[in-house]
Write a protein that binds this ligand. Sequence first.
Ligand code: FES
Length: 123
Amino acid sequence: MGQYRCHVFVCTFGPWCSRDGDTGEIVKRLKQAAAAAGLKGQVRINKAGCLNQCGHGPMVVVYPQDRWYAGVSPEDAVELVQAELIEGRPLDRLLYHAPPGDNKDLSRYPPELVAAEQAKKSD
Ligand code: FES
C-alpha cells in the first residue's frame, strides 16, 4: 500500500504542453475538484516536467492506473476527477492512445520555435 490511492501528474514544466493550454489552471482545477470530493490526503495532484509525449498536450497521467490523457483543458478537470478519482474509470473521450515509450511529435509547432527549444537543450 502506497502513500496515496492515486497520483495525477500534469505536464506543467515541459516546454510544449504549456503552449498547448493553461496547465497551471488544469492543476488548480484538478486540486479544487479533488478537495471538493473529499479526496484530500488520499490522492496527489502534482505538476510535472516533460512526459515525452510532447505535441499531444496538455498531457496528464494517472497512476497506478497508468492511464494517459491528451489535449486536456481546465474545463475537463471536474469530469476527470469524477471519472478517475471518484468512479475509478477512464474518461474515454480524452484517453491518449500511443505506443509505449516516447511519442514526441513537434510538427504542430512553428519550426523556428522547435529550433529555439532544441538550441536551449544543447546549451
Ligand atoms: S512538454 Fe508536455 S509532454 Fe513534453
